[in-house]
Design a protein. Sequence first.
Length: 913
Amino acid sequence: MYKKEHWIGAAITFLFAFIGYLITMAPSVTFWDAGEFIAASYTLGIPHPPGTPLFVIIGRVLSAMPLPMGIAARLNFLSVLCGAAGALLIYLIAVRIIGTWVREPESLPGRVLIHGGAFASAIIPSFMRTTWSNATEFEVYAVSTATFLFCAWLMVYMGQSLDRQRMQRTLLLVVYIVSLSIANHMIVLLVTPGVIIYTLLHDRENWRYWLSIVGMFLGVYLLVMKGLDLGLVFRRLSEAGRGQEGLLVETMNHIGALLDILFGIGDYIGSSKAMFLGVLLSAGFGWWSYRQKSLGFFGMALGLFLLGFSLHLYLLIRANLDPSINEGDPSNLASFWAVIGREQYGSGYGMLPRQVWTLIREKVSMTSMTDLVENITFYFKYNVPFYTKYFGWQYGGNLLTVLFIPAGIYGAYRHWRSEHKTFWFWLAVFLITGPVLNTYMNFKLGYSQFDQFPQAMHEVRERDYFFIVSFVFFGVWSGLGLAAIADRLRRAFDVGGEQARLGPPAFAAIAAVVLLPCFVPLAVNYNEADRSGNLIPSQYARNIMNSLDEGGILFTNGDNDTFPLWYIQEVEGVRPDCRVVNLSLLNTNWYIKQMRDHQPGVPISYSDEQIDQMLPMRLPRDIPFKFGEIDLKFPQGSVLYVKDMVLLDIIRTNKWKRPIYFTTTVPGHNRVGLTPFLTMEGGVYRINPRKAVELAQGDPNLQPVPGVPEVFIDVRKTDSLLYNVYSYKTFFREQKGGEEANVRLASHFAAPFAWLGSAYQNQGKLKESIKANQWARKFFESPHQWDFALANLYAQNGQYRESREMLDSFASFSGQPVRPAMYQQLAQFAVNNNDLFEASGFLNDAIALDPDNRNSYVNLFMLYHRADSREEAIQSLQRYLDRFPNDSIVAAELEKYRAGGEFDVQKALSAQP
């Protein structure tokens, strides 16, 4: 199937991608799910549903290997390996495809086309933005993509022969790989339609044999997965073993439960239509399979599928050992199935109504044909751009993507012309993992799209990774398109023919130029994808945890202010005495129990029975909460969520024995009315037993936070944390490091510095205020937005040269012109400092900037007048009259002033030029 030179080319491709990924690999944890996955792998825990046991186990093995790098880097290395392996597989697939259309493949021109085209077909998708981003961090998508490509390569391998046994062995391997890979990510199931299409096209003579097997799987799926309510089945089995002692008794109870389910099957039907259709298909295709002698293969395939899927039993086993990360707590069959079925996230939306329609129109169902038409319109207006926006990122931006699309279309065309079977497989996977998946998932508005709508209507993050396989498959077509263009040139110049107009060496050079664009995604996406040296997530987590006093309890809000903290505690062992409590998860009963029972435990007074009965409630009347001096009232009609009740219970039960904090990322509505009791300490808010405004009375160390009513900043503690405890290593690197979250989370340190600067300004400590504001400026994504504030501070402190530099910097980089009022304000600060010379300089600058601004002349006159510099005052008014010669009132007042009288400023200001 392959020659030695093919394997050499594949090895070169692997090394090229491997080196590219390795030098841009994240050295530590990254934001979003990676922190959770690393912590769960290191501790053999259970991450968020559906638990990804295969990914966790592989990660645990890698973390235990003696590699010359930290734990997080070892796990990130898995994605590097999988990404490079994917490039190798693409090369081997492309070699076979291109080889079907290249004339004289053994000649030099033929080899250049085959190997060069295969290399281009592998390199383009390998360095697309989404592929590259996922190949440098510990995420499931690099493994999933490699699995898709391995299945694709197995189809190519199977396609070399019509031998029935070879096909059966290959397909059984595919079934096992897919079932096993569900324990990494369920998206791998989407390769199935492509495999079915390829098999039916490859062995057309025996299509009945293969179709009977497909029908059996479909019938069993409808019968078991859709016809039965498996959640109810597993709950019944769980109840059978609950509270029983002894293996024999528990086994007998489970047998009894199974018999109860079997003979009372009517009580466990989820969909009678699906059940009926499943029975019908299973019976019909079962009979057909018997006739086609395919029942044996179906049985082996089903057995292998169940064997691969059985890896999920890891969840049940580990959950009963109480790992530190145990999301969903699948310790019994009911919760086990709930985790696999992702019940924690709800049942989700069908394809209609579109979720964007329900959010924008504030409707929950369609009631008319107009609603249906509007849903379809919204699909094309909002959902289709959801996919196309991310597609436009892949080659380095929309313009470059538009230039590569024709190559991809041409590559798909040549693929279809030369190799129908793999083309239809490729097209099926491309569409199902892209446009079809986008339609099925029914997303909200894109995270960075349609800014006219509130943020709550948008996805919480960019979702390009959902379509990574679709992007990769089209990227391969782009590489094939470049190879096809080079092949057209070869045919046009009859290279190697009797009437050749180009020699093989010259053609090789031309082909290299044609294939050269394959490096464009690599070159353009490099800065965006480069995570090397990015320690922001781990440093952010370390800083936050080190903000806490001993035994602290920290309430966090979402993934990015929680998962890095889990990582830093579980993997690097930072502050194990503290407990991180995620407010989103605090709505679930299993998480509340874990927070209460796992050490260091959180003080919660609720029993298991009370926790299991807790539900959100809309208050029928005003509900008070009083504990010490904390006196809150939740108004009638408002909703009190489970997390709110538990948070208040923690405060009451704790009795101020342990310090309790919010991260500054927790929004006000999630603080259950406790904002007046908060004091800022670096990157966290401490909850106090008294209102901060009361604590601040007579204590200059507590200063009000500008723009945040009722919140005060602890100046000494914040100063110590920001300057002596926190580390900002790699915070100021130019690259984003593959994720916008780096910029967003890093900017959270701007507020403590800015507010510390404001506090020092209130205390009259201008030098310290300037220092804090200089640091705040570093954390802004656009630091020059802070230049004017610094210019004011410098002027107040008498540092006029630095003040001018900041003002010039503001004008140069912000794109906004300096306004005369800015110079006038700096002049006022100079006057306050009795620096009249500097003040006059600022006012003269204001006049030079805008000679028609009357206030600048008047202010300059008043400055000289109050300084008893009568001549300079007269000159300033004369300059004004030179500009406004028709202002007779000012002219008259000036003559009176020259004669020794007083200048009537009020009368002059009321005049119009």
